[in-house]
Ligand binder design. Sequence first.
Ligand code: GLV
Ligand code: GLV
Length: 326
Amino acid sequence: MKPSIILYKTLPENLVARLKEKVDVIQVKNLSPETVQANADAFASAAGLLGAGGKVDGALLTAMPALRAASTVSVGYDNFDVDALTQRNVLLMHTPTELTETVADTLMTLVLATARRVLEVAERVKKGEWTSSIGPDWYGVDVHHKTIGIIGMGRIGMALAQRAHFGFGMPVLYNARRHHTEAESRFGARYCDLDTLLSEADFVCSILPLTDETYHVLNAEKLALMKPSAILINAGRGPVIDEPALVDALKSGKIHAAGLDVFEQEPLPVDSPLLSLPNVVALPHIGSATHETRYNMAATAVENLLNALEGKVEKNCVNPAVAKQA
Ligand code: GLV
Ligand code: GLV
């Protein structure tokens, strides 16, 4: 008998067919307690879990005693209780490489959109306000040759540094857990402690994952170090920024603008104070959301799951020690 898996994301038909060569696929909408309850037997017997979003915690693991591998269509895995998975000998797989260039494009999009006020001025054109030659109230600020500060110099940080350095002639500052000699030699990037980066950068770009250490790293005290002309960009995880503190900083002119692809609560509530600020560009977590990249991520997540179910975890595994114990 083939093992069964719970699929909680809609995948292209050819990828579902690929899964069905090896496993029985039970498709559900999401991982909500209601969904789990309504499909209790399927969850109880499933060896695999494949999808994106949702919360994979102790409660879900209790409902899935046969689970051996989980595969997320994302690089981030803050929605998984990794310790609980590891204790239960469940492998966790993710897609760290497919989305790098696409997320770097999203970051550059936010840099340009905030600096040049693209959304604001385009909206004014649509409203018929472009009736004579434009004056300073339509102007933005330059991007080229300004200083970019990158917080989190992983793969995405490197791809952003490449764009900023070669495409826009920007000096690159970075902060990360360790020095990154390749970023320094290829892009002239300069390592800074976080406070120095915040006080010197014109564009502060966070690509930090969400962990206990990164939660609210950018709080009121840190935001106060930024220049009043500086722009904050976040395409990592929302809770890295203390959002009420950011709203304060934007309202009081302590910083110039913010470009955000991620939020403390997603979807962003329609009554969020961020949405009433003209100097905020808010995107619906589209970091990796292109047809090409989302397909590649899904295809990798499928292979990741099939590999993990066979105990193959040479790459893309968050907790490979589990495979050694099994
Ligand atoms: C997107 O946010 C991801 O983690 O892939
Ligand atoms: C984090 O993104 C790092 O590489 O330090």
